[in-house]
Design a binder for this molecule. Structure first.
Ligand code: NDP
Length: 593
C-alpha cells in the first residue's frame, strides 16, 4: 500500500497524546505552572469583561435584527397550499440528523417520512453555511455518513462545504426523502394530543400535520447569534452573518469586494475559513479578534483513486468501529498508566496539552512576519477549550498589506458607529461588516414549542435542569426523539454521534411497529438514572471552570450539573444504548391501541 493510501486508512485521531512518555527534553514543571497561570489570567480577563454566560449574545433576530436571519438562498422555495394530513415519522429539520435516521428507517421499511425544513433544501448546516472557504475539519471518510450505503467516496481528505451539501442532497434522493418533504417551513409548535396519542405539528406556513413519531433534528448549532454590541443597528454600511452569506453583495468569487473595506467580527472556526478568502479579494480587511483560535496544519489531499478502488462495501463501518475502539495501546503504555496516580496522569496530560499549544505558538512565530501580530494571534488556553482549527492560509493572511488584525485583547468590540466598529477610541471605517459570531448551542426545539403529556412545555420541564434518557428520550414526551442535544455524547466527529442516535431511534421505532405497540415513553426511573450518570461523569474534570469562555463551557457561566454533554466515552454511550434496547421493558412504558 502506498504511503498516501496508508494515511487514508487511518480514522482521525488528533488528540492522542501519549502522556505516559515523559521525555527527557521536557522543560521543568515550573514552566508548565507558569503557562497555566497565564491561561488562568487570560481567562479571568475575558470573564471580567463580559456579562455572565451567553448574555453577551442575542439570537433573538427580530425587528432591526431580522435581516440577519433571512435566508439569502431561499428564493427556490415555491408557494404551496397549507398541509392538513398525517405522516408516520416527522423530522423537524433536514440536516444530517434527519438524513441518517431516515436512511435507517427506510432499511426498516418505514415509508411515511416527512422532513420539515426551514431552508430551501436538505443539508442543515451545509445548506446555511456557504461562506467562502467553508469546509469540514473532520476527515471526510469519517465525517460523510452512509458511504457504505451510497457507494460514494469523498474527493478529498477534508471535504469542502459544497461537496458535503451536494452529498446531503444525494442521500435525500437515494432514500426518497424529497417526496413528502416541505421546505422554507419552520415548525412552531409540537403538541401531544392525548386522545389520539399523536403529535400535532404546526408550522409558520399554516400546516397542521399529525405524526405518530417526531424527531427533533434541528441541529446543534443552527440559530445564528450576534454579539450584543452597542450601535449594531446604527451601522450605515452593509452587514450579514457568516451563515447567511450575501453573495449578491460580495459577488460569487468576492470580486465585488476589490474596492471595499471589509470588517469581520469574531475569529472562531467560521471566520478562520472565511478570512483567507476575504484577505485575497478585499481592498482592506479588518479582523476584530476577542480570543484567537488555535490554528494547526491542515493535512489535506485529493483522494487517491487507487485507494478508492480498493474499498469494499462495509469499509466505512469498519473504520468507524476502529475509531470507536480508539488507538491500540501497547502493554508497556498500559503498565505505565496503571502505575500512575490520578494526579500524575492529570499533570502529564496537561503538560502534553501545553506542549501541543506551544507548538502552535511556534508555528505562528515562524509564519507571521509582524512580531506584535504574531503575539496577538497566540491562543492562551488548553487545546480543546475551543474548537481547534486547521488551516494553511489563515496565518499567512496576516502578512498581507491589506489585512489588519485588531486585537481587542479579550474585551471584544463593544461599540459600532455608523461608519464601523470602534475599539480603544479608534473608529474602523468599513463598507461591509460580517458577523462571525456563531450560533445558539444545542437547544432542543429551537424555534418550536414542544408540549407533552399534561400540557407540559419541554422548556418548563427542563427549568430545574435537563432531564432525558441518553439525551434522546424525555419522560412525558412519548414517541418523541431528540438528536444532537445535551446529555448525549458529543464527539469531534458529530456525524458519528448522529449516526448512533439515528440507529437507536430507528431501532426504537421498529420495536414499536413490530410489537403492536402504539407509543413508547421512557420511565421516570430510567430518566433519573441517566441524569445521574451524566452528573457523575461531568464531575470528572475541571475543564468548564478552567477554560477560557466559549460555547464549549457555556461562555464561562456556572451551569447546572446535568445541563451539558455526557462525558463518558463514545464506547460507553453506545454500550448504554445497546443495554437499553436489550431491555426495553425496563426503561420504557408502552401504550397499545
Ligand atoms: P464561534 O461561536 O466559535 O465563534 C464566535 C466568535 O465570535 C468567537 O471568536 C468570539 O470570541 C467572537 N466574538 C463574539 N463577540 C465578539 C465581540 N464583541 N467582538 C469580537 N469578537 C467577538 O462561531 P463559529 O461560527 O466560528 O463556529 C461555530 C462552530 O461551528 C465551531 O466551533 C465548529 O463546531 C463549527 N464549525 C466547524 C468548522 C470546521 O469544521 N472547520 C468550520 C466552521 C464552524 P471569543 O472566542 O472571545 O468568545
Amino acid at each position: 500500500m502506498s504511503v498516501m493510501a496508508d494515511k487514508q486508512e487511518k480514522p482521525q485521531d488528533i488528540f492522542n497524546f501519549d502522556y505516559t512518555h515523559d521525555g527527557q527534553e521536557r522543560p521543568p514543571q515550573e514552566y508548565y505552572e507558569q503557562v497555566k497561570e497565564k491561561f488562568a489570567s487570560e481567562r479571568d480577563l475575558r470573564l471580567d469583561y463580559r456579562p455572565p454566560g451567553t448574555d453577551n449574545y442575542t439570537s433573538n433576530l427580530t425587528g432591526d435584527l431580522a435581516k440577519y436571519a433571512v435566508d439569502p438562498y431561499g428564493h427556490e422555495v415555491e408557494d404551496r397550499e397549507a398541509l392538513n394530513d398525517s405522516v408516520e415519522v416527522l423530522f423537524i429539520g433536514g440536516g444530517f440528523s434527519a438524513l441518517l435516521t431516515s436512511a435507517r428507517l427506510r432499511e426498516k421499511g418505514v415509508e411515511s417520512i416527512r422532513i420539515v425544513e426551514r431552508g430551501a433544501d436538505v443539508g442543515g448546516t451545509w445548506y446555511w453555511n456557504r461562506y467562502p472557504g467553508v469546509a469540514c475539519d473532520v476527515v471526510a471518510y469519517d465525517y460523510l455518513p452512509l458511504l457504505d450505503e451510497t457507494g460514494y467516496v469523498p474527493s478529498r481528505h477534508y471535504a469542502g462545504g459544497q461537496e458535503i451539501y451536494e452529498y446531503c442532497k444525494m442521500i435525500a434522493e437515494r432514500f426518497d426523502l424529497y417526496d413528502l418533504a416541505v421546505f422554507g417551513t419552520t415548525v412552531i409548535s409540537t403538541l401531544w394530543d392525548e386522545e389520539s396519542e399523536t403529535w400535532i405539528v404546526e408550522t409558520d406556513q399554516g400546516d397542521r400535520i399529525s405524526a405518530r413519531f417526531v424527531v427533533c433534528a434541528n441541529g446543534t448549532l443552527s440559530k445564528p447569534r450576534l454579539a450584543k454590541i452597542e450601535g449594531v443597528e446604527q451601522f450605515a454600511g452593509h452587514s450579514f452573518h457568516t451563515s447567511r452569506w450575501d453573495y449578491q453583495y460580495t459577488g460569487s468569487n468576492l470580486e465585488n469586494l476589490r474596492d471595499k473595506r471589509v470588517g469581520i467580527i469574531g475569529t472562531g472556526a467560521s471566520a478562520v475559513q472565511a478570512i483567507p478568502e476575504l484577505g485575497k479579494m478585499a481592498k482592506e480587511l479588518y479582523v476584530f479578534q476577542r480570543t484567537p483560535s488555535s490554528i494547526d496544519v491542515r493535512d489535506d489531499w485529493e483522494t487517491d483513486p487507487e485507494w478508492a478502488a480498493t474499498l469494499e462495501p462495509g469499509w466505512q463501518a469498519e473504520r468507524r468501529s476502529r475509531a470507536i475502539e480508539g488507538p491500540r495501546v501497547s502493554d508497556a503504555v498500559k503498565a505505565r498508566r496503571a502505575a500512575m496516580s490520578q494526579e500524575e496522569k492529570v499533570r502529564r496530560q496537561e503538560n502534553a496539552n501545553i506542549d501541543a499549544m506551544m507548538r502552535i505558538h511556534n508555528r505562528i512565530d515562524e509564519v507571521v512576519e509582524n512580531p506584535a501580530t504574531a503575539q496577538s494571534l497566540k491562543p492562551w488556553y488548553m487545546l480543546m477549550c475551543k474548537r481547534p482549527c486547521f488551516h494553511n492560509d489563515y496565518l499567512p493572511t496576516f502578512n498581507r498589506p491589506n489585512v489588519t488584525l485588531v486585537d481587542t485583547e479579550g474585551q471584544g468590540i463593544t461599540q459600532i458607529n455608523a461608519n464601523g466598529p470602534v475599539f480603544d477610541g479608534v473608529e474602523y471605517e468599513v463598507d461591509v461588516l460580517i458577523y462571525a459570531t456563531g450560533f445558539e448551542v444545542q437547544q432542543t426545539g429551537i424555534y418550536n414549542q414542544i408540549i407533552g403529556e399534561g400540557g407540559l412545555d419541554l422548556n418548563a420541564k427542563y427549568s430545574d435542569g435537563i432531564r432525558t434518557l441518553l439525551g434522546i428520550h424525555s419522560q412525558g414526551y412519548p414517541n418523541l426523539f431528540i438528536m444532537g442535544g445535551y446529555q448525549a455524547f458529543f464527539a469531534f466527529n458529530l456525524t458519528d454521534v448522529l449516526n448512533s442516535q439515528g440507529e437507536h431511534i430507528a431501532e426504537c421505532i421498529d420495536f414499536v411497529r413490530q410489537n403492536n405497540i402504539h407509543s413508547l415513553d421512557c420511565t421516570h426511573q430510567a430518566e433519573e438514572q441517566w441524569v445521574q450518570e451524566v452528573i457523575d461523569h461531568r464531575g470528572k474534570t475541571n475543564r468548564n471552570r478552567d477554560c477560557t469562555p466559549g460555547y464549549y463551557n457555556f461562555e464561562g457561566a456556572d451551569n447546572r450539573r446535568q445541563d451539558g454533554n455526557y462525558n463518558g466515552t463514545m464506547k460507553q454511550y453506545l454500550g448504554h444504548m445497546s443495554e437499553i434496547r436489550e431491555n426495553m421493558a425496563d426503561h420504557f412504558v408502552f401504550t397499545h391501541r
